[in-house]
Design a binder for this molecule. Structure first.
Ligand code: XMP
Length: 328
């Protein structure tokens, strides 16, 4: 392990708003020293880590932070809109919004293998980000939402911690990683102190390839829409029932096969929606949430009424192991 990548003993565990304020003040100073009048580029997905980095850097260097939000078409309902609303309109960020939906979906068309889908999404993301980086003048730094577990895991060889790793050599910016010694719970406390909305700060984990691994097999736009709409209903109903923030991860999956049903007295042949809701500490193993039957019935009714192309809803009862949390 590189000596400078060890969390300093002097850094107290951040649990209170006052501790968060102190951390923010010292990081703002440190970043200003590191960056000076330079410009910093950040890939802003809207996830907790990148959002907190953005809010912190806006405080430190204002419009010298250039945020690039890539909408790859695999985000949840309302996510891109929230990024634009919060950062461009409320925080006055210098935000570049890239609508890359067609680009990603065209690349993914007909690709059924999950790992190939992941690779395409990851590689295309870097390509889009690289193109945006080249359009910008005078960028000297790249900010990343690296957090301490990323560093610990990359030391163990579990994963590469450079989220936007893979940029070509000539775009090797100096890194700005203000959260790199923080654990996830501390990042949330800091995000809250920076004024980010709760929906952003306390959001459940969401995989990088997004809904792409929940629209099973080869992604089609209509089935992707069924995933997005059913996921939105599930999230809305879990929030209304007080399960948001209590259940670790919950989402819907739409497989690439159909089953027979009957709708308005006529035979239908449509997709099922599968609901998954799990609890875990570290995502290595997981148990299934005991969702009240009445709530499941209500969510089922709404999905069947509101989501196009769906005639069946199932609840996934499988713990991890032997099922992984995601289906792909
Ligand atoms: P599994 O399906 O492996 O998921 O039990 C464990 C946790 O990891 C998330 N996950 C991913 N996150 N890129 C990510 O950033 C991925 O490709 C990916 N696949 C799974 C999953 O949502 C769960 O929280």
């Amino acid at each position: 392990m590189n000596g400078k990548d060890i969390r300093p003993d002097s850094l107290e565990r951040i649990e209170s708003a006052a501790q968060a304020e102190a951390f923010i003040a010292s990081e703002v100073e440190r970043v200003r020293k590191q960056v000076g009048d330079g410009k910093v580029l950040l890939a802003l997905s809207g996830g907790v880590d990148s959002s907190v980095v953005a809010a912190l850097l806006i405080k430190a260097i204002g419009r010298n932070l250039v945020c690039v939000h890539v909408n790859h078409g695999l985000l949840r309902k309302g996510e891109s809109e929230q990024v634009v609303q919060v950062f461009r309109h409320e925080m006055d960020a210098n935000l570049v919004y890239v609508d890359a939906v067609d680009r990603f979906l065209d690349k993914l068309a007909g690709v059924a293998d999950p790992e190939t889908k992941r690779k395409i999404i990851g590689a295309e993301f870097i390509r889009v980000f690289e193109e945006e980086a080249r359009k910008q003048e005078g960028i000297g730094f790249l900010a990343q939402g690296t957090i301490y577990p990323d560093i610990l895991e990359s030391v163990d060889g579990v994963k590469a911690h450079h989220n936007v790793g893979g940029l070509p050599e000539d775009l090797s910016f100096e890194l700005v990683e203000p959260l790199k010694y923080l654990y996830k719970d501390e990042v949330r406390v800091v995000g809250k102190a920076l004024g980010l909305p709760d929906g952003m700060v306390y959001r459940q984990p969401f995989p990088g390839p997004g809904l792409g691994v929940r629209c099973l097999g080869a992604i089609t736009r209509d089935r992707l829409e069924a995933v997005r709409e059913s996921d939105a209903i599930l999230r809305e109903e879990f929030a209304a029932a007080g399960l948001e923030g209590k259940v670790w991860q919950y989402f819907t999956i739409v497989p690439d096969f159909k089953s027979t049903g009957v709708k308005e007295g006529r035979r239908s042949f449509e997709w099922p929606v599968i609901i998954r809701a799990v609890n875990t500490r570290d995502a290595m193993s997981a148990t299934v949430e005991d969702v009240p039957f009445a709530l499941l019935s209500h969510i089922t009714d709404r999905i069947l009424k509101e989501v196009k192309g769906v005639n069946r809803v199932c609840y996934d009862m499988t713990p991890k192991p032997c099922g992984t949390i995601e289906w792909e």
